[in-house]
Ligand binder design. Sequence first.
Ligand SMILES: [Zn+2]
Length: 187
Amino acid sequence: MPERPFQAFRWKTMKKTSSPFIIVKRSKIHGTGVFAAKFIPEDTRIIEYVGDKVTKKESERRGQLCFEDSLNNKELGAVYMFILNKRYDIDGNVPYNTAKYINHSCGKNCYTDVIKGKIWIIAERDIEAGEELSYNYSYDLDNYEDHPCRCGSEDCVGYIVSEEQWANLKRRLKRAAKSSKATENEA
Ligand SMILES: [Zn+2]
């Protein structure tokens, strides 16, 4: 993790974000998850995704550090960087950001949107009490192998990749399967 002594000091005084709609507990998808504490109507802004507001340059630096850490410890490889606008990103890897516990799922029930400079997790449809909240982390197709998905949803494409890239991903997986079969036959 990058050196952040000043932030670490500030964090101690910062309260964890919360929302009347959520409850945080262990998830079947991965580690800790966020669940609906009660019925959440479609389009509800559930909780804000908060963190350190950083320039693109700083964001890149932290991303690189995070990547280097992930080479030694897969658990540290999680990506919490969120695009806020052209100039700034939000680094959500801070203890007070409760929204960072929301898991990715290919069969998501939430989406994210930037509204007046704030990143919101929003209900994509009506969500019943007890359902785990999830959204698509929308990672790029590059290096998809580094982000396998075990969300368990019927629509799972096997990797954490943005929905717009699913068709491309499926093509790539098909090609990869074919070429590995070809090598098998040669052997
Ligand atoms: Zn999945």
